[in-house]
Write a protein that binds this ligand. Structure first.
Ligand code: GLY
Length: 360
């Protein structure tokens, strides 16, 4: 099982989705970056202990010199200190503009490695080898890179499309169940905003089957890659349609921040999606069946929809999110399963909208 999905952005690239792909990474890189002599691998402490040796062997087999930077696993590492340390390590290893950066890990890794690649020597090539569900279905595709500031997530970054993305769905076998659950929030997001077929697939299976069935896992990830590619190609720089990918995120980011990032991204997005679904029903933006089906799917994948956060605090938080434009927030709502639209809300309108969810 292996397929190649072409992402026709300005700098076009392929996403290879399959199983047992890690041994081929060196060959794949040499094909697309034939002048590279060195690969600078960036990974986190968890993923490095599992897959770094394999990747290094593959790169060396393709006659690439290697250098490595491993950071402590976790969102807390996605900060300016780690970013600067990575740049310094790149400089100390005399990386040139014809060399390549390889991110080996999940979304934190591809975001930070992508940003380091976008900015080092004004930009060098980056290849993402994605090993988490969240990374495979979302973060590794589409060129959004960045780091967090104490003020909020992803506040500094750049659009920097990779030269190649390698998604080996077998790497999900070593992922803790909790991280699969968190990644499922993004999978459910695609089902609700744009993919009724994926919705049916998710509805007719369950978490344990996804964890244990390699074929199903591959098909699910591949479908999400196709969905993300479709959106990114239609709006590379996030000025219009791409914003539908923010479903659940505007409120989710506020919940994440309010919890001091103790609530994971996936779990926060799940709560954000359910809050918006409930509020949408009350405001007539979706019918009761869409609301119920969306909430049931979120719960079926062991994601909590419980929340008692003040609507005022949520609305205030959303207004300081980077998704705000001018005095309004663009909120993504699901009008029916597989269909999303963007509605603009002022802070007062948003608070009233969110407050209505409590009547659900
Ligand atoms: N993760 C949302 C996007 O790539 O636009």
């Amino acid at each position: 099982m292996k397929s190649t999905i072409h992402v026709a952005t300005k700098q076009a690239y392929d996403v290879i989705v399959g199983q047992d792909l890690l041994d081929e990474v060196g060959q794949d890189i040499i094909k697309i970056c034939p002048t590279a002599s060195k690969a600078f691998v960036i990974s986190d402490s968890n993923v490095a202990s599992l897959y770094l040796d394999k990747i290094i062997a593959s790169l060396r087999n393709s006659n690439l010199e290697t250098a490595v930077y491993v950071f402590e696993a976790g969102e807390e590492s996605k900060n300016s200190d780690t970013y600067i340390a990575i740049l310094q390590a790149m400089a100390s290893n005399f990386l040139t503009r014809t060399d390549v950066v390889v991110s080996l890990g999940g979304g934190v890794c591809s975001d930070m490695a992508g940003f380091a690649a976008a900015t080092f020597l004004r930009g060098i090539d980056v290849i993402h080898v994605s090993t988490s569900l969240l990374g495979q279905v979302d973060a590794s595709i589409g060129g959004k890179t960045g780091i967090d500031l104490p003020n909020g997530k992803n506040l500094v970054g750049a659009f920097w499309q990779p030269k190649l993305v390698v998604i080996d769905t077998n790497t999900l076998e070593t992922l803790p169940r909790e991280q699969i659950i968190e990644g499922m929030a993004e999978v459910i997001k695609y089902a609700l905003i744009m993919d009724a077929v994926l919705y049916d697939l998710l509805k007719n299976t369950n978490l344990d089957e996804i964890i244990t069935n390699p074929q199903l896992r591959y098909e699910m990830v591949r479908q999400c890659v196709l969905d993300k590619t479709d959106v990114v190609v239609s709006d590379e720089f996030d000025n219009g349609r791409r914003q539908i990918l923010n479903f659940g995120h505007t409120i989710g980011h506020v919940l994440e921040k309010m919890s001091d990032f103790k609530l994971s991204h996936g779990r926060a997005v799940a709560k954000g999606m359910s809050i918006v679904l409930n509020a949408s029903r009350k405001e007539g933006l979706c019918d009761a069946a869409t609301n119920d089906n969306g909430i049931d799917l979120i719960k079926a994948y062991e994601l909590s929809v419980e929340d008692d956060t003040s609507s005022e605090l949520l609305a205030q938080g959303a207004m300081s999110d980077k998704k705000k434009r001018g005095g309004t927030v663009s909120l993504v709502v699901v009008s029916s399963i597989g269909e999303a639209k963007i509605v603009k809300k002022s802070i007062d309108e948003l608070e009233a909208f969110l407050e209505a969810r409590k009547e659900c």
